[in-house]
Design a protein around this ligand. Structure first.
Ligand SMILES: O=C(O)[C@H](O)[C@@H](O)[C@H](O)[C@H](O)COP(=O)(O)O
Length: 263
């Protein structure tokens, strides 16, 4: 069983609120480059990052491609989840990153861990799990240096949806899903044991439409834990990067970092 504790001392969770998404973006870039420098300078000698779709694609791509001296030659980029559609399909998260980021920085092709969307969804998940295990040799659970996650208005993250049996997956590192409530229905996703094994997990959530679900995820409430609330890295850091509209309903203590501050 890929078991990891799901409990985390909430005092090690940081909720960081920025005036707007425009000010959050550069802070996200600083987080990524700081973690990349740290990882590349460690015995691992490389930086492994998992990225998500949604608004994160544009924000991350814009901020990273604007940096003058970004060196991605020792980066390994995986996908926290992916839609099983051709790369040329506008729904392909890889396709979007390829156009907006991967083709514009010096990440070697061998450093990009993408799905094979020509495979049926079950085989696609197995194939992606194999790629991860080859890229993280000797690790039963791949330990990413940084996972960047989004959260949908229903509290989903990766392709882990509320009340879905995949939330209980404890054997696989990557799971197929054929009944995603959010289209397209066929996807592959990292499982919670992999997400919770990461050294750092950062959610990025912006806009007033996220305010009520964020309150439930971060401050609790009735009913079962939403998928995003189940992201509680067993040893790693957990950061929530929000803008003021998304944080509007929160009453918990948050940090409001100064412009240019290191996270
Ligand atoms: O595959 C998907 O359907 C998206 O990747 C999705 O999971 C997204 O990450 C969240 O809905 C948050 O999206 P926003 O950041 O755009 O709100």
């Amino acid at each position: 069983m890929l078991t990891l504790s799901n409990k985390k001392d909430m005092s090690s969770r940081r909720v960081l609120v920025f005036p707007s998404a425009a000010e959050l973006g550069p802070a996200l870039a600083r987080l990524v480059t700081a973690r990349a420098d740290q990882a590349c300078g460690s015995a691992r000698g490389r930086f492994s990052i998992g990225v998500s779709g949604g608004s994160l694609v544009g924000m991350l791509s814009k901020e990273l491609t604007a940096l003058p001296n970004l060196d991605c030659s020792r980066w390994v980029v995986g996908f926290c989840d992916e839609r099983v559609v051709p790369f040329s399909d506008p729904e392909s998260t890889y396709g979007l990153y390829k156009d907006q980021l991967l083709s514009k920085v010096n990440i070697p092709e061998s450093g990009v861990l993408a799905i094979n969307p020509t495979l049926p969804v079950q085989e696609c998940a197995e194939d992606y799990a194999r790629k991860l295990s080859e890229s993280f040799p000797g690790e039963a659970i791949p330990v990413f240096d940084l996972l960047l996650l989004g959260m949908g208005p229903d509290g989903h993250t990766c392709s882990l949806f509320p009340d879905h049996p995949l939330l209980e997956e404890s054997q696989k590192t990557v799971a197929p899903i054929s009944d995603s409530p959010k289209p397209p229905p066929q996807r592959v996703t990292l499982t919670l044991p992999v997400v919770n094994a990461a050294r750092c997990v950062a959610f990025v959530s912006t806009g007033g439409s996220k305010a009520s679900v964020l309150k439930r995820v971060l401050e609790g409430g009735e009913g079962p834990l939403l998928p995003a609330a189940r992201v509680t890295p067993s040893k790693g850091e957990l950061l929530w990067l929000l803008d003021e509209p998304a944080a509007a309903s929160l009453t918990l203590q948050v940090e409001r970092p100064a412009s240019g501050a290191h996270l």
